[in-house]
Write a protein that binds this ligand. Structure first.
Ligand SMILES: Nc1ncnc2c1ncn2[C@@H]1O[C@H](COP(=O)(O)OP(=O)(O)OP(=O)(O)O)[C@@H](O)[C@H]1O
Length: 259
C-alpha cells in the first residue's frame, strides 16, 4: 500500500453459512482494490456476484472471512462515522421528519451540541435542495426528494468516504441524473469533507459518466475480472465519449456472459 491510498481491499474473500443446506458458501474470492483521495470508483457486475457484500464490508457492517480492508492505514473492524452509506431504497425512518432523519446520525455526537446539530442540518437542507421540506415525512416526498434526504443524512457526519449502493436505481432517469450531477457539483466545489466515493450500480452509462475507475465483477464466487481507468476528467467528458465507453463495456459484458 502507498500512503496516498484511502481505502485498501487486500485479498478479501467472504463465505456465508448456508442455514438450509448446512454448508459454507463462498460469495467473494481474493478481491484486491484501492481507492485514492479524489477518486469516484464504480463496481459493476451481474446480480448476485457479491457487490453489496463487498460494499458492506467496506462500511464495517460485515467482516471479511479472510483478507483485510484498511481505511486511512487502519484496518476496518466496525462501522465508523468516517465512512457512510447511501442505500438504493433510501432507508429513511418513516416516523421521522426530514429534519429528524438527517439529524439522526448526529444525535449521539460528542463533537456537537444541540445548537450545532441544528445548524449542520439546516446547512445540509440548503445544500442538498430540501428547503421548505424540513417538517415533511418521507411518505409526503417524491423518490428523488427521499433520496436527497438519504444523501443529506449520510453526509451529516462529514464522512471522508461515501459508499453508494445503487443510489439512483429506484429513481426515474432524469431525477437520477439531476441528483448525481448535483452531488458531483458539490463534491467538485469542495463543499463536502468527502475524499472519495465508491458506488455499486447495474447502470453502465451511469458508471462511465461519474467514475474515474470502473471495476467489473463476475463469477461465483465473485472476483474482479477487469478494471477500466477513465483518463478524461469527469467534467470534460463528452456525450459521445460516454456513449463509446458504455458500448465498449456493454460488449465486454455480452462476451463475458457468452463464455
Ligand atoms: N447475510 C447473508 N447470508 C447468507 N448469504 C448472503 C448474505 N448476504 C448475501 N448473501 C448471498 O451472497 C450472494 C451475493 O449477494 P450480494 O447482495 O452481495 O450480490 P449483488 O451482486 O449485490 O447482487 P444484486 O446486484 O442483485 O444486488 C447472494 O447469493 C446472496 O444470497
Amino acid at each position: 500500500m502507498t500512503n496516498s491510498e484511502l481505502l485498501n481491499v487486500k485479498h478479501v474473500s467472504k463465505k456465508f453459512e448456508h442455514a438450509e443446506k448446512s454448508g459454507i458458501r463462498p460469495v467473494l474470492t481474493d478481491i484486491n482494490l484501492a481507492v485514492k483521495p479524489g477518486q469516484f470508483i464504480s463496481i459493476i457486475g451481474p446480480s448476485g456476484v457479491g457487490k453489496s457484500t463487498l460494499l458492506r464490508m467496506m462500511a464495517g457492517i460485515s467482516r471479511p472471512s479472510t483478507g483485510t480492508i484498511d481505511f486511512a492505514g487502519r484496518q476496518i473492524v466496525k462501522p465508523s462515522q468516517r465512512i457512510s452509506m447511501v442505500f438504493q431504497n433510501f432507508a429513511l425512518f418513516p416516523w421521522l421528519t426530514v429534519q429528524k432523519n438527517i439529524a439522526f446520525g448526529l444525535e449521539n455526537s460528542r463533537k456537537r451540541n444541540q445548537g450545532q446539530i441544528q445548524q449542520k442540518v439546516r446547512d445540509l437542507i440548503n445544500l442538498i435542495g430540501l428547503k421548505g421540506l424540513e417538517a415533511a415525512y418521507p411518505y409526503e416526498l417524491s423518490g428523488g426528494m427521499k433520496q436527497r434526504v438519504g444523501f443529506a443524512r449520510a453526509l451529516a457526519v462529514d464522512p471522508e468516504l461515501l459508499l453508494l449502493d445503487e443510489p439512483f436505481s429506484a429513481l426515474d432517469v432524469l431525477t437520477g441524473e439531476q441528483l448525481s450531477s448535483d452531488l458531483m457539483t458539490l463534491w467538485r466545489q469542495g463543499d463536502l469533507n468527502m475524499k472519495a466515493l465508491v458506488m455499486i450500480t447495474h447502470n453502465i452509462s451511469e458508471a462511465v459518466r461519474l467514475s474515474n475507475v470502473i471495476y467489473v465483477m463476475n463469477g461465483s464466487p465473485g472476483t474482479l475480472v477487469r478494471v477500466y481507468r477513465l483518463k478524461t476528467p469527469v467534467e470534460q467528458r463528452t456525450a459521445s465519449q460516454i456513449m463509446r465507453k458504455t458500448l465498449e463495456i456493454t460488449q465486454y459484458f455480452k462476451q463475458m456472459n457468452r463464455r
